[in-house]
Structures are given as C-alpha cells and as structure tokens.
Write a protein that binds this ligand. Structure first.
Ligand code: C2E
Ligand code: CA
Ligand code: CA
Length: 744
C-alpha cells in the first residue's frame, strides 16, 4: 500500500497551496495597510506642524500686540503732560511691568544717556538713531541689555518731556521669549526659530545658537547636513518665499527621519516664525497605534491560518475516512477493486524495463471453507493470504482484494514467472490462523502485459479468463493467458459486436423442456430455455450467457425471452383454455435494480396472465452474493404473485438454514446429484435437502435426469418433479404443444 501514502501526500500539498496564497494576500494587504497609514501619518504630521506653527505665531502676535499697546498707553499718558520726571513715570508703571513680561523700563536721550526703572544709570547706549527714527511703537531685534550681559528685545517709542526729545524702552529678556512664546515642540525634538526677513535667527527655542546674526538657512544646512539638491532647493524656496512675505511648509530628510518645516509670518517687522519637527516625534503615537493594529492583524492572520489548518486537517481526516471507504478493503486492509483499477492504470503507464504481469487469483472452494469455518475465520484467511502475497511478490506489486475471495495483483518482474508462481503455491498452501493450519489451493490466472496494453479492465478480464480456465484442470494451479484464450476473447468480441443485431433480427429463440410429475409421469410444465440461431447454426447458451452477464446484455435478453414466453402462454390460454406453468430463468444481474420486478409485472399484465403460472428461476449463487439483499428481492417477487424456484440447488454452498426464511416454492436440485447418485456422501446431502424441503413445505424437482435408473432414484427420494432428457430434450414451441397435448 505504498501508493496510498503518495495519494495522501498529494492531497496534503494541495491544501498547503490553498493556505499559501491566502497568507500572501493577507501579507500584501497588511503591507498596503501600513503604506496607507504611513501616508496618513505623513499628512497628519504635515498638518500638525502647520497648525502648531500657526498657533505659535498667533500667540506671539497677540503677545507682541499687547506689549506694544502697553507701551503706547504709557507714552500717551506721558505726552498728555501727566508726569513731571522720569521717576514719576517709573513709579507709576513699575508694578505693571511683570504682567507684560517686561524686565524694566529705560528712558534715554538721543546720546543714549538716561536711567532705568530699577535704578541703573545708562551712558552712551549705542545706535540710538534706530529708535529715534521710528514713528510708532518699535520692536527691536536682539540687542545687548542696557545694564547686564543679557540679550534683550526692546519696545520703544519717542516722547517729549520738559521739551526734551527722549525715548522710552520697555525691555524683555530674549531668553524669556523663548520660555513664554517659543515653546519647544514635541518633547524637545522639535522647535521654533524666530527670524527676521533676511533669515537671521533672532531667537531659537533649541538654545543651540549663542552668537548673533546667524543665518537660518546656513544653520539648517549645517545642522541637518543638507547636501542633496532637492533639500537645498527647498531651503532656497523658503528663503525666497520669506523675502516675498509668503508662508509655507516643506520637508527634508535627515538621519532616517523626515523633518517638517513650516514658516509663518509675524505681524511685526516682517519677522517669521519657523517651526521644525521630525515626523517620528509626532508619528510616535501613531506608530504605536500602527504597531498595535499590525500586531492585531498578524494575530488575526495567525488565527485564520490556524483555522484553515484545522479545517484542512479535519477535511483530510474526513477525506481519509471517505478514501478508506472508497478504496480500502476492510478485511485485508489492501486496496479494493476501485483502488486496483485506478492505481493499476497508473502502473501500466510507468516506463519499467521489466516485464509487467497481471494476476487474478482465488481460493478453491472458498465457499465451502466459509461454511465449515465461518465468516470470521475465513476473513482471517483472506487477510493472511493478502499479507503473504504482498511479501512474496516483487516489491513494486499492487495487490488488492477485488471481491469475495478474488485477489488481483500487478507488478513487474524480470526473472522466470513460473518460478514465482510456484513459490506462491508452496508458501501459501498452508496458512496458520489461531494455531490452526489451513490448507488452501489457489487458482491463478496470469496475463503477461504487452507494451500496447492500456486498459486495466481488459487486462483484468484476461487474467480472469486465464483463471477460469484453470478451474477444470485438476493437475494445474495456474494458467498463463495464451492464444487459446486470445481466440476465445476474439470469439467473445464477435458475439458482443453482433448481439444487438441478433436481438433485432429475432435470432434468439425459445425452446421448452417439459417437466414431469414423478408419481404419474404427467406433464406439469416446462422450462423456457434460450437458443441463438445464427446462420442456420444453434449457439448453445453457455457460449454467450456468461458473457452477457458480464456485459449486462442479459437484462435485455431475459426480458425479451420473458415476453416471448408470455406471448406463447397467452396463445395457449386462448387455444386450449389452459396454461402449463412455465419456468423462466432470471439472471441475478437484474437485482441491482430494486424495481426490476415492475417490468416483469407490466409484461405479464400486457398478456393478461396469472402470475402463479410463471415460475421465476433464480440460481442458488444469487442467494449467497454479498452485494444482493436476496430476501428483499424474493419477497417482492413473491408479493407480486410469481412462483419462485431456486435453480442449480446444491452447487452454491448456500447455508440450508437460510432457506427457512426465503419465500420459495420450488427447489431445483442440480444435475450433479443424479450424476453422482452412486456416491454415498451425495446421497446423504440429497436426502437432507429432501427432508428440509418437506419440512418447509417446498416442492422439489431434479434436473438432468437422463436414465431409467436415475428416474427410479428420484422416485425413491419422493421428489415431486423431474426434468431431463429421459422425458424430453428442450424442444420448439410447436413440438412442445404436441407434447403437452399428448401428456397432460
Ligand atoms: P439451467 O437453467 O440449469 O438449465 C438447464 C440446462 O440443463 C439446460 O441447458 C438444459 O438443456 C440442460 N439439460 C436439461 N436436461 C438435461 C439432461 O438430462 N442432460 C443434460 N446433459 N442436460 C440437460 P441449456 O439450455 O444449454 O442452458 C444452459 C444454461 O443457460 C441454463 O442452465 C441457464 O442457466 C442458462 N439459460 C438458458 N436460457 C436462459 C435464459 O433465457 N435466461 C438466462 N438468464 N439464462 C438462461
Ligand atoms: Ca434453469
Ligand atoms: Ca439448473
């Protein structure tokens, strides 16, 4: 059964192939999903940075406007003549400074001399021109503090006190701006720069820059090592946009991250707020989200695959069960008929150098063994035989149990086949089962396969034919298909090719063999038997019936004969007002169709015949066929009112106890019992059959009675009827009519 594994492996592979594309599709989907989310993240970060930058700018604008307003108010109140001295002014506003994040107020003249609100004297503060040139409140870029080393930004406005042109400074620490306005973004990884219109950095929230007048564009180039043309072009574009007072957002790549940069214009001095953040800072939360979703996806994929594998495995289990039912013989665990045909076919097509053989074999008188030892024990014989065969035969053998006790095997072999066959006989002749030695004799039919042979069924038929040939030959155990059988096969093929035409051309005829009552030798009925008249020759039934049973043509033919007989009977009824009982042979091939009897009933009804006078003969072998539910069939036949005979009784080894349950009317004892009537053992059997028939109230008839002695023998048995050449051979319808007019 090596091939079986091959089948399983193939099936397993097939299922894996289903899972793999699924897995790949899911992977691709996940990949696309990640790409989609990444894209989304990109847009999200892009929007985020823009929004934050806008917010920062707006806040800065608001602050600056507030501070400017405060300065405006102070100068307005000074100009209105309310204050006499600088001290008056300082005293009035000193306490409000903190609310507006101013560090101090300073009042200076054009030479830069004056004092601060916190009591410092200032002398010669540089570049005073810058402040005196402004008409509105002015906000300066970073400048040194008037009193400390800090950088400050100065809000200024000129005014006149006591007819002196002076300027009021309200200063903020540049450092404070950073804290209050330019918060560092995104956990410190992002930040904001305040730059003037030409790109000089005024404030940076990173606090990386200590000198004045650092150009943002150069600075970014260095900090983020921007060398690619693309990045530099983006920077240039930003510079140009800023000069043109436009806003914008772009990204640059640095160190595996994407940095988003947004520049937004302030309402003051054309200054710009430039915000910058790497995507990973913003994307961090999203990345966590993506990772979690991906893990979930992966988990789901794994679960799906798990489910697939589970379904697959259980399917395989189921398939394996079905496979076992369909292909494995439950008794020997070898393959069955279907398995043999499928795998035998494959075997035929392999290019083996060695000669291939096909063998059909069975155990002689296996039915008798069944009766003697019982089914259980005989199943063990079959199993043991199967095991032995597979080990004796070449390792490439495919050995199967085809039916009952029939095995078939196909293999290739380079040595002498007859040696191998003899080896089988000697090794298989004794089988040890449950410490009992069983002697069995095999019949083996062998066919040597030719290279042009391709149809396993035909080869099996040939091996079968060879085996059938052995049955009559007592001194031989095997038969190798030869010319003789080849010719027979050709003959059969001829018959097959002409059978349909023969039926159409009415070449099949019915003959009748009278049946006589034993006690008064009067005619009681007849058996209808078929004859094939071809070109003036008569072909006897044994030449074509077995073949027609094999190719199922018998079903058509039986019905044809049945109709012919019904026609004759209807005529007799009209002619003589009386019909003898006619026995008609019904092949067991009909029984595969449960409704077969309906056709018989319909034909009977067509000729308006009483079914009691129609006796359907069913051979005993049909009653022991495992595939037929014989009781059911006999009961339906009986229900329809036909008479039933069991034909060839005593040849089929049917168990006599089975008879008790069967609704039969007549037992037809086979010819061999009168042929061997001198043998004591057979006498005992026939006596027993008679005894049983009597007890079951079943009539008996003996067929094949040829001599006076045999008639006497039958009479002694108290058998009811006799059929045989002694009274009449099968005769034509006309002759039979004469016969029954004389003998009824
Ligand atoms: P069977 O049903 O057992 O029929 C009895 C056979 O024994 C007939 O052979 C008959 O001619 C032969 N016979 C009768 N008396 C004697 C005798 O005293 N001595 C000898 N030597 N033979 C005798 P036949 O007509 O050749 O038929 C052979 C078998 O073919 C039948 O055996 C039956 O199984 C089958 N058969 C015949 N006609 C039909 C049919 O219409 N349908 C089916 N299915 N089978 C048929
Ligand atoms: Ca018969
Ligand atoms: Ca018979």
């Amino acid at each position: 059964m090596k091939k079986r594994n091959k089948h399983q492996i193939q099936r397993y592979k097939l299922h894996i192939q289903w899972i793999l594309p699924l897995f790949i599709i899911l992977l691709v989907l996940s990949y696309l999903g990640i790409r989609f989310v990444k894209n989304l993240t990109y847009k999200n970060v892009y929007n985020n940075i823009t929004e934050l930058s806008e917010q920062t700018t707006a806040q800065l604008n608001l602050s600056i406007t507030d501070q400017k307003k405060f300065v405006e108010i102070m100068v307005d109140s000074i100009n209105s003549g309310y204050f006499k001295t600088a001290d008056d002014i300082f005293n009035r506003y000193r306490n409000d400074l903190e609310d507006y994040h101013f560090t101090r107020l300073v009042i200076l003249d054009k030479q830069g001399n004056g004092m601060t609100s916190d009591g410092h004297i200032v002398e010669n503060y540089p570049n005073m021109q810058e402040f005196f040139n402004q008409s509105t409140v002015y906000l300066s870029e970073n400048r040194p503090s008037t009193v400390s080393n800090n950088q400050v930004n100065i809000y200024s406005k000129t005014f006149t006190l006591n007819r002196k042109n002076l300027v009021l400074f309200a200063t903020v620490n540049t450092e404070d701006y950073k804290e209050i306005l330019l918060r560092r973004l995104f956990h410190g990884k992002g930040g904001t720069y305040l730059i003037n219109n030409s790109g000089s950095i005024l404030i940076d929230s990173f606090s990386d820059i200590n000198q004045n007048n650092v150009n943002l564009y150069h600075y970014l180039k260095e900090k983020y090592q921007l060398t690619s043309e693309e990045s530099l072009a983006k920077l240039d574009l930003m510079a140009e946009n800023i000069r043109n007072k436009q806003v914008g957002t772009f990204d640059i790549k640095f160190d595996k991250s994407t940095y988003f940069i947004h520049y937004e214009k302030l309402n003051v001095n054309d200054w710009y707020v430039v915000s910058l953040a790497p995507d990973d800072t913003i994307a961090k939360e999203l990345t966590t989200f993506i990772t979690l979703s991906l893990l979930a996806c992966l988990f789901i994929i794994l679960i799906i695959i798990g489910i697939c594998i589970y379904i697959d495995l259980s399917n395989q289990k189921k398939n394996h069960k079905l496979y076992k039912i369909a292909y494995i013989d439950p008794i020997t665990f070898l393959g069955n008929d279907s398995y043999f045909k499928e795998n035998g076919s494959l075997f035929l097509h392999n290019n083996d150098e060695q000669t291939k053989y096909i063998i059909s074999l069975d155990i002689d008188k296996f039915k008798a063994l069944n009766t003697i030892y019982g089914y259980e024990f005989c199943n063990q014989i079959l199993k043991k035989l199967g095991e032995k065969l597979t080990t004796i035969l070449p390792s490439n053998n495919i050995t199967c149990r085809i039916s009952n006790d029939v095995f078939a095997t196909i293999f290739s072999y380079k040595n002498n086949i007859e040696h191998l066959l003899n080896k089988i006989f000697t090794e298989v002749s004794t089988l040890n089962i449950d410490d009992v030695s069983i002697y069995i004799n095999l019949s083996i039919g062998v066919y040597k396969i030719k290279s042009e042979d391709t149809d396993i069924n035909k080869l099996l038929d040939k091996a079968y034919m060879a085996r059938a040939k052995i049955k009559g030959l007592y001194h031989d155990n095997y038969y190798i298909f030869d010319e003789l059988l080849e010719n027979k096969l050709i003959e059969e093929q001829k018959i097959e090719s002409s059978m349909e035409d023969a039926l159409k051309n009415n070449e099949f005829k019915v003959v009748y063999q009278p049946k006589t009552l034993t006690h008064n030798e009067k005619l009681i009925g007849a058996e209808a038997l078929i004859r094939w008249e071809k070109n003036g020759n008569i072909i006897p039934p044994n030449k074509f019936i077995p073949l027609f049973e094999k190719n199922k043509f018998i079903i058509k033919l039986d019905l044809y004969i049945f109709e012919q007989v019904c026609k004759d009977m209807a005529n007799w009824k009209k002619q003589y007002g009386y019909v003898p009982t006619i026995s008609i042979n019904v092949s067991k091939e009909h029984f595969v169709n449960e409704n077969f009897i309906d056709t018989y009933v319909a034909i009977c009804d067509k000729y308006q015949l009483d079914r009691r006078y129609i006796d359907l003969e069913i051979t005993e072998s049909a009653t022991i066929d495992e595939k037929i539910d014989i009781l059911k069939i006999l009961n339906t036949i009986k229900e329809k009112g036909f008479t039933i005979s069991i034909d060839d009784f005593g040849t089929g080894y049917s168990s006599l106890s089975m008879l008790q349950n069967m609704p039969i009317d007549i037992i037809k004892i086979d010819k061999i019992f009168v042929d061997k009537a001198d043998l004591n053992s057979d006498k005992n059997i026939i006596n027993y059959i008679m005894f049983l028939a009597n007890r079951l109230d079943v009539k008996t008839i003996v067929e094949g009675v040829e001599t006076k002695e045999q008639v006497e023998f039958v009479k002694n048995l108290k058998c009811d009827m006799i059929q045989g050449f002694y009274y009449s051979k099968p005769i034509s319808k006309e002759d039979f009519e004469d016969y029954f007019n004389k003998n009824r």
